[in-house]
Design a protein around this ligand. Structure first.
Ligand SMILES: *Cc1c(COP(=O)(O)O)cnc(C)c1O
Length: 463
């Protein structure tokens, strides 16, 4: 399998290179040259298989033989053995035809574990095969950092440095990162805000000379392997409710669009999907684009669903590439215009999107209302991200006879603030985390200066 850029200019790459590379050299994102297909028989054969076995079968064509089958099966099995539920991502039936797909049983209680537990292992495998080591750098406003750290803590060939703004992340979020005491994990608290941290990471990727030739790897949501790992749970959950014999719809709480794009890939591979519903919080660029053809940036709002607080949805570019029938030049022009000023999509691509995708934006007041309403009806306490999905699914579904699967992207204990605001006493952390507030922490406080951060990284990496 080869991978090509959404801007049409960068060279095609193998799976191994695409995983190690991140963004394409022309500023685009890598996508598979063609979508592998899952036949009705392939899907029917998956009924009753373990999540890890389904994962192996769905991802194998994307890996394209670059990892031998036994090794890849092992990586997949190990990645999903870290989940606390036997079903890995269990379906929870809310009513006759509405299901929650619980993606939050991994080490950090949010869906990013599904991809990052596997990505760390794939990176480590390729690095060890090459006899190389690599450094991972990332900035976090709270949430992704911990999933990346948990995904890399056991990787011999990776050192991970995560920057967070000092005293500006919640205690639970900080402790999920700083209590991982592995030798290859470095938490840096920056005396500045998230943008300062992000800017230093970007500058480090732009000029990597401070690492004297060691590779710097990004594990952010544009890494193709993260999308690939997320395709699996669309397939597994659809099969569980009756695919290929029955169509399914999905509702996805969305921000950078990696998650719902993975669903789109599953559909292109042959999964019978009737409808995708994109749920956003008040940061609604995806909803405005689909509903009003208003593809423009707005100021960032801090909402009760903070992991969905974004200005731009980086992975939306991958869907635009498909909507523009893989015309990299058209995508390049559209996105260059969008960087400068409000943009609009051409009619035909917009219609293609509206054929399969609906959208709905949910503000903070409604999130609280939904948490109460869903509890009243189903006894479930939803986290605020999942709450946006619950509402969007109810409002936008085209067909009550088609099973609706709403993706539950985080455990409610992780976002207790919203749950308490909605009038509940809070939700306990699951047993494997209940001593989080007593565990030993380790982190370094550094000034918001590029030199200070880079010399810390250069001197603490293990190679
Ligand atoms: C990251 C995240 C999202 C958004 O997912 P995207 O792939 O960026 O669209 C939604 N909910 C939670 C809890 C998240 O952590």
């Amino acid at each position: 399998m080869r991978y090509i850029s959404t801007r049409g200019q960068a060279p095609a790459l193998s799976f191994e290179d695409v995983v190690l590379t991140g963004m394409a050299s022309d500023g685009g994102l890598y996508v598979p040259e063609s979508f592998p297909s899952l036949s009705a028989d392939d899907l029917a054969d998956m009924a009753g298989l373990s999540y890890a076995e389904i994962a192996f079968r769905v991802m194998k064509p994307f890996v394209g033989g670059e990892i031998d089958d036994d090794t890849f099966r092992g990586l997949v099995r190990d990645a999903y053995a870290t989940f606390s539920h036997d079903a890995v991502v269990p379906l929870n039936q809310l009513d006759a035809n509405h299901f929650l797909l619980e993606l939050f049983h991994g080490p950090t209680l949010a869906f990013k574990d599904v991809a990052l537990q596997l990505l760390g292992r794939i990176l480590d495998h390729f690095l060890s095969k090459r006899g190389e080591r690599a450094v991972i750098m990332g900035a976090t406003s709270g949430d992704t950092g911990s999933a990346a750290i948990e995904g890399c803590r056991h990787c011999d060939n990776l050192d991970i440095f995560i920057l967070h703004p000092h005293n500006r992340v919640s205690e639970v979020q900080r402790r999920q990162m700083t209590t991982v005491l592995a030798d290859n994990v470095f938490n840096i608290a920056i005396e500045g805000n998230f943008d300062d941290a992000q800017a230093m990471v970007k500058a480090s990727f732009a000029d990597q000379s401070f690492l004297n030739g060691t590779r710097l790897v990004a594990v952010n949501s544009i890494n193709w392997a993260r999308i690939m790992a997320q395709v699996v749970y669309y397939v597994a959950s659809a099969v569980a409710v009756g695919a290929p014999h029955r169509e399914v719809s999905f509702c996805v709480p969305s921000a950078n669009f990696g998650n719902v794009f993975a669903g789109y890939v599953a559909w292109r591979m042959g999964l019978p999907v009737k409808q995708f519903i994109i749920a956003t919080n008040a940061n609604d660029i995806l909803h405005r684009t689909l509903a009003d053809n208003d593809f423009s940036k707005r100021e960032l709002l801090a909402t009760l669903a903070p992991s969905m607080d974004i200005v731009v949805s980086s992975n939306f570019e991958r869907l635009l590439f498909e909507a523009y029938e893989r015309d990299g030049q058209a995508v390049n022009e559209l996105l260059s215009r969008f960087q400068q000023e409000p943009a609009v999509l051409a009619d035909a691509p917009l219609e293609r999107l509206r054929d399969k995708f609906a959208s709905h934006s949910v503000d903070d007041a409604t999130i609280l209302e939904v948490i109460r309403e869903a509890h009243h009806r189903t006894q479930e306490i939803l986290d605020p991200h999942t709450a946006t999905g619950y509402r969007a699914a109810e409002r936008e579904r085209v067909d009550a006879a088609t099973p609706m699967i709403t993706l539950a992207t985080a455990h409610p204990a992780k976002f207790a603030e919203a749950v308490v605001k909605a009038g509940f006493p809070g939700v306990p952390l699951p047993p494997h985390m209940d001593d989080l507030l007593e565990r030993e922490e380790r982190y370094s406080v550094l000034p918001a200066e590029l030199d200070a951060v880079q010399s810390f990284v250069a001197s603490h990496r293990r190679s």
